[in-house]
Design a protein around this ligand. Sequence first.
Ligand code: SF4
Length: 379
Amino acid sequence: MGMFFSSLYVHVPLCIKKCKYCSFYSLSYDEDIERLYIKALLKEIEIAKEIPHIVKTIYIGGGTPSCLSIQGLERILLSLRKNFKTAYDLEFSIEINPKTINMQRLCLMKDFGVNRLSIGVQSFNDKELLFLGRIHNSKDAIKTVELALNQGFRNISIDLIYGIPIQTLKSWQETLNKAVNINVVHISLYELSVEHNTQLENELKLKRFSLPSEDEVIAMYDFATDFLESRGYNKYEISNFAKDGFQCRHNISYWLRMPYLGLGPSAHSFIDNKRFHNPSDLIFYAKTLLNGKFGWIYDYSVDKVEELKEKIFLGLRMKNGITLEKKCLLDFFKIFEQEQLLILSGNTVRLTNKGMTVSNEIFAQVLLHIENCPVCKQE
Ligand code: SF4
C-alpha cells in the first residue's frame, strides 16, 4: 500500500502516580515535563501530516491523557484537528482516569469532536483498587461515568481487571454487576499480569501475596462472558464486549492490520508493511524531533510468513474470525474443531467462547506449526 495510514494513536506519557502493576511508559506529572512533551509532540505532528492519510480513528491513550493541563490538552487537540485530514465519521477516543477529570476537560474534549471515552475504572472494589495502587476509589469511578453521561457522551467504555490476588469470584461478580448498571456501552476486561520492573513484581518476590490459580482466573473470565452476554454486551473480541454498534473501531483496525501511525514516546506504528516505534524516552524523543526528524526505531518488515502469523494471532482474537487460503493450515485447525475450540466453515475460522478462554495455547500451537511447515512457509 505504500506510505499511508488511516488510524492515529497518540501516547501521553504522564501519570499522577505509577500504579503497581503498570509497565507502560509514563513519567510522574510535572509542568516542565508536560511542556517538553507537548513541544515535541506538536513538532512530530507537523512532520507526520506530510505522510498520506485519511484518519478514520484517533485514540489518545497513555499514561493519563486526562491529567494534562487544560491549556496543554487544548494545544494537542487543536493541532490534531488542524493538521490531519479526518473521515466524516471519525471515531475519536480519549482515555480518562477518575480523579483527573472534570467538566471543563470534558467540555473541551467534546468541543474538539472527541466522541468516545475509555475510563480506567479497573474495579468497583476499594480494597482491590488500593491493592493495584490506583489513585481513585469506586465512588470516583461512578461519578466520572455520570459526569461523562451528563456531558452528552454516549459512547463510553470502561476497563476492568480480573485475576487480582485479593479478588474473589464474588467480588468480581459485584464489579461486573455495577458495570452493567451504570449505562456504559463497552467493557474491556484485562487479566492482571505481573510485568517486569513493576512494584507488583517486587511484592510478589517478597511473597507479600500469591497469585490466583489458573482455574480461578478462567472461572472469572468465563463468568464475565456469560454474564455480560446475557446483559446484551456482545463479546466481539477476546477481551472486549460491546452493545450493538459500539465496538471500538480503532482497536478493530489493529486486529485487521490496517496501517496506523503512533505519535508520542513509546508509540508503535505499522505503515507500508513495516513495524516500528518511538523511543521510550521523552528526552531522546524530544531531542530528535526538535532537530526536525522522527526518532523511529525500526522493528521488522512484515513478509508473507509474518503476515500469516499476524493475521492469526490478531485476527482470530475477533469473534468474526478470519479467512484463510492455505489448505494445510485449515486442515491443521481441524484438531481444535474436534475439541470445539473453533468453528471452520469454508475458508473461515472462528474461535468459540471455549477457544477464546484458551486462545494463548491455540495461538502458540498454530505459530509453531507455521514455523515447521514447509507449505505454510511457501510464498
Ligand atoms: S494510570 Fe494507567 S498508565 Fe498510568 S500508571 Fe496507572 S495503569 Fe499505568
